[in-house]
Design a protein around this ligand. Structure first.
Ligand SMILES: *Cc1c(COP(=O)(O)O)cnc(C)c1O
Length: 494
């Protein structure tokens, strides 16, 4: 076989084999997956290949040397991160896009699904006529939103910050709570405002931004000659899932003439659960909103979405000037709709609304997962995960060896193991957490709540359900009891 034939060989037989291997991976029963670390590394650590081994052998290596030693993130019991494993149709749609639409532009079905799925998300989350753009995730989505905020603020002062650079005659300030994701600071850095332009506004005991502290910070800045630019509120903090008082913050931002950005990277789908939907009141005041389909929606990783009212702002903030090799390669279609060729036009020029030119078609993934289960299915998932956090909270309240550290808002619950006579509960819970990770089954993360170390399960995976919430609590009690016993034995022996 020539090299060319090998490189472009038929997908079906190889995908079938890979699919079987991935299904096997998702049973999480590979005997070496947890402990074979040294061995897989030694086997993979080869010098630069001078001669290739061919596609079949690559698939073999994928199946035997790579996939089995992948990440614990897709496990049903993994609740440590706020991203999760892709659902089956999300995986398939991402694969289809990589073959049938290597770019998101062109007059293709894939470019159309970018628009359609963004509209569906706006519909689903009550964003009305807001216009969206996909990017690689929450980090970039926040960057784009704050780029639009910067554009508006400086255009009002009569300059174009994207074209001419920042002519800062006075420092600028962005307001965000102490619980805000640090990608907001990075965005401020990248946009030339400076990470220190982000004011850390105090939260109440529930992790929600204090509106009185926000108002005081804005007023203090104005007195000091600083230019207040934007307020960032959380619709579900990464740490605890707290939702800032969006209405009051939005009204204050409007009254002060500031851009109001809502970071719903994780929590925005929470509003599908009618039991907490009222907490999202005030979203309608937002100038920009982000959500990460690769979190609660179960998309393949690499998909965030930014929504603004006027995509023209994004275009002015992020356009690349026209290039001959690009714009010259298409002629805007003069032909009848329906008779156009896919390369007659770029379709919606998403590359002008963000920081990526080449980018995967992401809309097809969101389209596929919404087509599969609909809003009804997504709501069911969100409610199930919120129920799991509530169940952990109830078990923590009811058991003498557990303590609830914060009432859950969405699908995150912060609690810890406690025992009489143990002074250093932080150290005990840290060791308990390490054992949970080594057992490789039920894996929350840790955080600090009011200075105390908490176990923090965040339930977002499509594969996780109430059984995992119960198992996690049982594991915590079993390991906690064992650690206390071991501690008592050690003390007795000393
Ligand atoms: C996860 C998260 C981000 C960052 O998103 P990435 O997709 O990881 O880049 C930003 N904000 C919040 C609230 C998040 O939960």
């Amino acid at each position: 076989m020539t090299t060319e034939a090998a490189e472009t060989g038929r997908l079906q037989p190889l995908l079938e084999r890979l699919g079987a291997g991935l299904d096997a991976y998702l049973t999480f029963e590979h005997p070496d997956a947890l402990h074979g670390g040294a061995r897989w590394r030694a086997r993979l650590d080869a010098p630069l290949p001078q001669q290739g081994i061919g596609a079949d052998a690559v698939v073999d290596e994928l199946l035997h040397e790579v996939v089995p030693f992948g990440s614990a993130i897709p496990r049903p019991g993994f609740s440590g991160f706020i991203t999760t494993g892709a659902t089956t149709v999300a995986t398939l749609a991402a694969t289809a896009a990589s073959v049938a639409s290597p770019q998101r532009y062109g007059l293709t079905s894939f470019n159309f699904l970018e628009a359609l799925s963004l509209r569906w998300l706006a519909d689903a989350f009550g964003l009305g006529a807001m216009q969206g753009v996909y990017s690689s995730g929450g980090s970039t989505a926040n960057l784009l939103a704050l780029g639009a905020a910067r554009q508006q603020a400086f255009e009002r002062l009569g300059c174009d910050p994207a074209a001419d650079g920042l002519q800062l005659h006075r420092p600028v300030a962005v307001y965000a709570s102490t619980e805000t994701h640090h990608t907001v600071q990075r965005a401020a850095g990248v946009l030339g405002l400076g990470r220190r332009a982000v004011r850390a506004i105090a939260c109440d005991a529930g992790g929600r931004m204090r509106v009185d502290a926000l108002r005081a910070a804005i007023e203090a800045d104005r007195r000091a000659g600083v230019l207040p630019m934007a307020v960032v509120a959380n619709a579900g903090t990464t740490n605890t899932g707290a939702i800032d008082p969006l209405s009051s913050i939005g009204e204050l931002a409007k009254a002060q003439g500031l851009w109001f950005h809502v970071d719903g990277a994780y929590g925005l789908p929470g509003l599908l659960d009618e039991r907490v939907a009222t907490l999202f009141k005030g979203l309608a005041l937002a100038d920009s909103v982000i959500v990460d389909p690769h979190k609660w929606l179960g998309a393949a990783v690499g998909i965030g979405a930014t929504f603004v009212h006027d995509r023209g702002l994004l275009q002015r903030a992020f356009t690349q000037e026209p290039a001959h090799y690009l714009e010259g390669s298409v002629e805007p279609a003069a032909t009848e709709p329906g008779t156009q060729h896919s390369m007659d036009d770029f379709g919606t020029p998403y590359f002008d609304y963000g920081v990526e030119l080449s980018a995967p078609a992401r809309g097809v993934v969101v389209w596929a997962l919404l087509r599969e289960i609909g809003i009804a299915g997504l709501r069911e998932r969100v409610r199930r995960h919120n129920d799991m956090a509530t169940a952990v909270a109830q078990m923590a309240r009811a058991h003498p060896n557990l303590e609830l550290l914060l009432e859950p808002t969405l699908s995150i619950c912060c609690f810890r193991y406690v025992a009489p006579g143990v002074d250093d509960l932080d150290a005990l819970n840290q060791r308990l957490h390490r054992r949970l990770m080594r057992e490789n089954r039920n894996m929350p993360s840790t955080t600090r709540i009011g200075g105390r170390l908490a176990l923090r399960p965040c339930f977002v995976g499509a594969r996780t359900g109430m059984a995992q919430a119960r198992e996690l609590v049982a594991d915590v009690l079993r390991i906690g009891d064992a650690l206390v016993r071991e501690g008592a034995l050690a003390a007795a022996a000393a």
